[in-house]
Design a protein around this ligand. Sequence first.
Ligand SMILES: [Zn+2]
Length: 352
Amino acid sequence: MTYNEITYPFDTRPGDGEVLEVSDGLLWVRMPIPIPGLDYINLYLIEDDDGWTMVDSGLNTGKIRDLWREIYAKYLKGKPITRMLCTHFHPDHMGQAGWVTYKWKIPLTMTFGEWTFGRMLYLEAQKETPDYVIDFYRSVGFDEDMLARVRDRGFNNFRQAMSQVPMGFNRIADGDILTIGKRDWQVIVGQGHSPEHACLYSASDGILISGDQVLPRITPHIGVYPAEPLANPLKKFMDSIEIYKKLPKDTFVLPAHNDVFYGLHNQLDFYQSHHEERLNRLMQVCDSPQSAMDLLPVLFDRELDEKDKGLGIAEGLAHCHYLVGEGKLERVLGEDGIWKFQKSGAHHKAVA
Ligand SMILES: [Zn+2]
């Protein structure tokens, strides 16, 4: 095999409440997600000498707890779950972590950035949408109707998506080695999709559990959000690509969405060319000042509904901020109070 294209070595997927052994002592589990386009999350069980490590946990729904109970009863060979590791704080990954750690009386294992951010969002939840969130969306070009819906939505969604976020955790960090059963797993932290996303790499077996950092068929969501309005997550994502490119071409990738696959480098090359093409599109239209809202039809080839517009704005800002970071665009506040992006003048380049 050349690994120059994406290949999927399994022609089946585990059914609900079932597992598929993708390598010795390494089980692939799928759990439903009621979000169009995502549909399922992949979770993994790694056999240890005296128990199992769970990698990611699923959304906080009763159905998923039932499915886990089924899997625990059928496939753990009488051993307990001894470690709950979440790759990052997003609800499809961390939603059941509270339930799992409580049920098995075990700690939560995460990076500092992911646990802290998830714990912060959990505690920050409130009925009313905070002003800073409304101000952010106004400043990027939402109209009054869209702002009213942000207000009506309240600020409780993340908390509701969590069974709870444990008050303490065990820290993992980039470069750490976790010995689980016969394998050593190296923690490789990626950024851009989330603050400090943990992937696990077994050099002896050439396996990467990639979470949402590397996904086949789709590009990971890279967005700017109200908590960090000047963030440049696309730069972090592009830098992270170089880290994962150091892994061998024949790495077997176990991602959090779609199917387990070979072709890591091919997919990383695709991400680079995809984002570069989008950045080029922006440079072609930013001779005059453009808001993130103005840029949606430039970045997306299809009409977006309202929910997708929110995600699209976040992605659009990520691309604009990348170009600001490169000194190619500048960010200026319009008289209408909306941030605009336009090509930098020569004198700005000199400063940058
Ligand atoms: Zn995610």
